[in-house]
Ligand binder design. Structure first.
Ligand code: URA
Length: 212
């Protein structure tokens, strides 16, 4: 079993139940999309557990009080295209005011290295906790490249969120970015020769968008 001080596996019963539904091959595109959104909403609570709060003065209908609110600039969610968008939605359900960035990477067929084809992030990304989302941490190369690119853009504070991870991907990612906490719902057995996580759930993008 892969362990790392920066790895959190969310073993909440609701999360695990929903992940089982997601893995099943009979699950329809509509249900897959809905359940991925529900799980990521639940994951968001764990990922944001340590956000700093400050007391502000408010008026209830009855009296004035000091009450906690999130301090400073809020989050920036960054979706790794395209499957990241499937868990972005649930995160936004929990934190509707979060800023959103997108990063697109493809694997060069010759060098097998990730190549960036799209990136758009908020200008003040350096002032925000950046939560990078991608449902499957498989080889770990895209996730590691995305965080490297976001660090170059000025981001300093990160978490990485995925539904399912492979031990191989966790090794690559945590070696490249030992400073980045990783949140996942499961660490599966292994990657297969085609880069799929086993047992996994298949191709997350195809299952989210019905492209196969
Ligand atoms: N990407 C996916 O969508 N599924 C995998 O199993 C691996 C990478």
């Amino acid at each position: 079993m892969f362990t790392h001080p920066n790895l959190t596996v969310l073993n909440h019963p609701l999360v695990q139940h929903k992940l089982t539904l997601l893995r099943q091959k009979e699950t329809s595109v509509a249900d897959f999309r809905r359940i991925a959104r529900e799980i990521s909403l639940l994951m968001c609570f764990e990922v944001t557990r340590d956000l700093p709060l400050e007391l502000v003065t408010i008026e209830t209908p009855l009296e004035q009080m000091q009450s906690p609110m999130l301090e400073g600039k809020k989050l920036c969610l960054v979706s790794i295209l395209r499957a990241g968008n499937g868990i972005l939605e649930g995160m936004l359900d929990a934190v509707p005011s979060a800023r959103v960035g997108h990063i697109g990477l493809y694997r060069d067929p010759k060098t097998l290295e990730p190549v960036e084809y799209y990136m758009k992030v908020p200008e003040d990304i350096s002032e925000r906790l950046v939560i990078v989302v991608d449902p499957m941490l498989a080889t770990g190369h895209s996730a590691a490249a995305a965080v490297t690119r976001l660090k170059a853009a000025g981001a300093t504070q990160f978490s990485f969120v995925c539904l399912i991870s492979a031990p191989e991907g966790l090794t690559v990612f945590t070696k490249a970015h030992p400073d980045v906490p990783v949140f996942t719902c499961a660490v599966d057995r292994q990657l297969d020769d085609h880069g799929y996580i086993r047992p996994g759930l298949g191709d997350a993008g195809d299952r989210l968008f019905g492209t196969k």
